[in-house]
Structure formats: C-alpha cells, structure tokens
Design a binder for this molecule. Sequence first.
Ligand code: ZN
Length: 214
Amino acid sequence: MATPRNHVPLAEQVEELLAVGGPLPIVAAGDPVLRRVTERFDGQLDPALLARFVEALRVTMHEAPGVGVAAPQVGVPLRIAVIEDPAPVPDEVRVARGRVPQPFRVLVNPSYEPVGSDRVAFFEGCLSVPGWQAVVARPAEVRLTGEDEHGHPVDEVFTGWPARIVQHETDHLDGMLYLDRAELRSLSSNQTMAERWTQPTPEEAAQALGFELP
Ligand code: ZN
C-alpha cells in the first residue's frame, strides 16, 4: 500500500520534486495542498536543499511567468515563497498601480499586517487559477515580518504593487486564494481582460460589471 503523501518527510518530498530538474509543475485550484495552512519553516530542509528548492521556485516563477510563487503551489506545504517583478508596464499603469520593480526576494515564515486603513483595488491573477483574473481590494500598505532564506529577520513596510504581491503570496501560505478576497462580479477571462479591461484602474470594469470599489 502506498504511503499517503502527507506522511512522506518534507525533505524527501522536495528531493523527489527536484530530481527531475527544470521548472516545477504548478498545482491548480482544487488541490487540497492550496487550502492547508503551511508548516513554519524550521530547518525541515538542510541549507543546501533549501537553496536548491528556492532556486527551483525562482526558475518556476520565471518560466510561468509570474511575479511570485509560494511553496504550496508546487505541492510543498512549507511557509516559503519567492517574489520578483521586473514591472514591464507603461508609465500610466506604473503610476496608477504603484507597479515599481521588485527585486528577487525569498520570504520565509512571512506574516503581514495592514499599515493604516487605505485600501486599493486592482485586477490580479494567480498561476494556480490559470486563465482568469479578478479585482481584489487590499490594504495599500503592509508591514511584513518574517525571515529571509538565511534566517535573518525581516521587518519591512511594502507599498504599491509589491505590497499586493507579498499579500497574495503570504495568503497562499495560509491556505487562501485571491478569489477568497475578490469581487466575484469582476471575474474576467484573460481574453476578456485583453479585449476590455486594460485600463490602468478597474473603474470602467466596476461600472460595467456591477461591483464596488473601495
Ligand atoms: Zn497565487
């Protein structure tokens, strides 16, 4: 009888995952691993294996392409995510969304809390929900605490698009998908997005589809 997957030690599971090489397969919505609260990282992977895992997450994020990948999205229930956003967008989009470049970062055991009460709403998508985007209102500014990949403490305020990315990825580590927080009436296919909702803000979409903005 096969051992249930969740009884395989995490290090063994990660070794197996990395054995193939190249980008890792991304788990899609409906898989319970995306709905579990992940385990805090506490040395379950030795430093060499952690470094290989982080590199595989980076390659997977670039290949997708995406601006973040959380460990559960490759089937690993650990509190680790990577983010990076070169932000290749026109100036008016950059200004409206605060989409400034975010260098590569590893988030280990991250948590966030809102700074102030400002909320901002924009379309976002998720590699685990391919083909769709929806508007999510989120705190404009958050304080992120946790560690980096070397175990050094992190305590930093994020604003603009990077604040959205760290919230989205940290939510994954709590078993949450962006759809849990989305205005469902805004749900749009990638094709409809490209045809209709390329404006810097979702105001026109809110009027046409009938959802509220903060
Ligand atoms: Zn996601």
